[in-house]
Ligand binder design. Structure first.
Ligand SMILES: Cc1cc2nc3c(=O)[nH]c(=O)nc-3n(C[C@H](O)[C@H](O)[C@H](O)COP(=O)(O)OP(=O)(O)OC[C@H]3O[C@@H](n4cnc5c(N)ncnc54)[C@H](O)[C@@H]3O)c2cc1C
Length: 395
């Protein structure tokens, strides 16, 4: 492993620890570092104004939660903790001079760098996905989808179909919520390339999800590959009885949840894995750089292919803060160990399924436990408590 350059050694304890990206991994690292008594200066560089608690985006879509409950501003999260914020995008990292450059051309020196740039939609080069499919990742996406739901409910057109591509957690959770919101105003179709829904989920959650989809008459097309999307048509290739059949359906909206790819900022000498994620060792350090760490969806450790979840990103954030503090004190950092807390899925209005935390449960009680578990986990405790009490008062 390459040690820090001479400049790096000079800078090591006075320049800030820089977090690129204030998502689950970056924000957790920043907040965890701020809790140390002998904390370093901390700087978060993040283009968005608000942190988004993505597991609760479905509840924002349905109106079961409000924007302020799941999307606090970075200012409210960081300023009280004495963490500096630059609301820009990092465009370049230079490990030799230990600087990062931002979209406005600003150059900032770092002592330690944490990359938590997450992932973005992957269209696999399929024609029309970028142009015609909707995403479900941000507050803006929720807004767009809400408008679509309203217009479908108001439209007098017959046989409307809303298509969700990808039957992973996001696709399944979204399909159930949309069906409940649409109340029969449009049919929901779920398209999946593989042979089952929720391929990486626990069996109990998959069974509950299958029941939830059936209950809502959601059509599930397995072994089906999208080959092209246009403004009102979706062309698919299905594998039935060992025969490939190409067909087209009319759609009134397509939501793409079929894949993500890592967001990797420009980086000199970056070691990238086969999956194009940043290669890290078990202490979350980027291969070849002692004082640069990469976390969450953007990083990959070959020996441990941790899932791309907020749960992993949060735990890595806590571990990264420990690693930085150990390195600053000249100590050897500990390896990151993932503690799988299980899986919680939202399945329509007021329903969920949980396998984890010692529970195997589905239905309205699971919905309430899931909501409570997430809201109290929001990064600012005061906001979390406010949200929890809002929910208690609601019910
Ligand atoms: C709808 C939805 C539901 C989900 N539900 C769950 C769930 O129930 N449970 C679960 O565990 N996981 C869930 N996930 C997955 C989870 O959100 C991700 O795994 C997690 O956010 C990854 O954390 P991260 O820190 O790697 O990246 P993110 O949280 O995505 O943060 C990346 C941040 O980096 C910023 N950024 C990107 N490029 C730059 C740059 N060049 N310069 C500066 N900043 C940059 C972005 O603006 C963003 O804020 C869900 C995801 C979605 C979209």
């Amino acid at each position: 492993m390459t040690g820090p350059s001479p400049m790096a050694r000079n800078l090591s304890n006075s320049a800030p620890v820089i977090l690129i990206g204030g998502g689950f991994s970056g924000l957790t690292t920043a907040l965890a570092l701020s809790r140390f008594k002998n904390r370093p200066p901390i700087l978060v560089i993040e283009p968005r104004r608000k942190f988004v608690f993505s597991p609760l985006l479905y509840e924002l879509l349905s109106g079961e939660l409000k924007k302020w409950e799941i999307a606090p501003t970075y200012e409210s999260l960081l300023t009280p903790k004495g963490i500096a914020l630059i609301q820009e995008r990092v465009t370049k990292i230079d490990p030799s001079s230990q600087t990062v450059e931002t979209s406005s051309g600003l150059k900032v020196a770092f002592s330690y760098l944490i990359i938590g740039t997450g992932s973005e939609l992957e269209d696999f080069g399929i024609k029309g996905v970028k142009e015609y499919a909707l995403k479900f990742q941000s507050l803006e996406d929720v807004c767009t989808l809400r408008k679509l739901v309203t217009s479908l409910k108001q439209s007098t057109e017959s046989s409307k179909v809303l298509t969700v591509v990808g039957a992973g957690p996001t696709g399944v959770e979204l399909a159930c919520k949309l069906a409940d919101l649409l109340k029969g105003a449009a049919k929901i179709q779920l398209i999946e390339l593989g042979g089952k829904i929720l391929a990486s989920s626990k069996a109990f959650n998959r069974e509950q999800a299958e029941k939830a989809l059936t209950k809502r008459s959601i059509m599930v097309n397995l072994y089906t590959k999208v080959i092209e999307i246009t403004a009102n048509e979706i062309k698919v290739e299905s594998n039935s009885s060992y025969k490939k059949v190409v067909s087209s359906f009319i759609h009134n909206g397509v939501i793409w949840t079929a894949g993500t790819k890592p967001v990797v900022p420009l980086f000199t000498n970056l070691s990238v894995s086969q999956k194009n994620r940043i290669s890290i060792n078990s202490c979350l350090q980027v291969q070849g750089f002692k004082n640069i760490l990469a976390l969450g969806d953007a990083a990959l450790n070959k020996e441990n292919d941790w899932p791309l979840t907020a749960q992993v990103a949060i735990q890595q954030g806590e571990s990264a803060a420990q690693t930085v503090m150990a390195l600053r004190a000249g100590k050897v950092p500990s390896s990151f160990k993932f503690n799988d807390l299980g899986e919680m899925l939202s399945l329509g209005l007021g329903e969920a399924t949980i396998t984890g935390m010692g529970l195997t449960i589905s239905g309205p009680l699971a919905f309430q436990i899931r909501r409570m578990a997430y809201l109290t986990r929001l990064p600012v405790l005061s906001l979390g408590l406010k949200s929890a009490s809002a929910w208690l008062l609601d019910s």
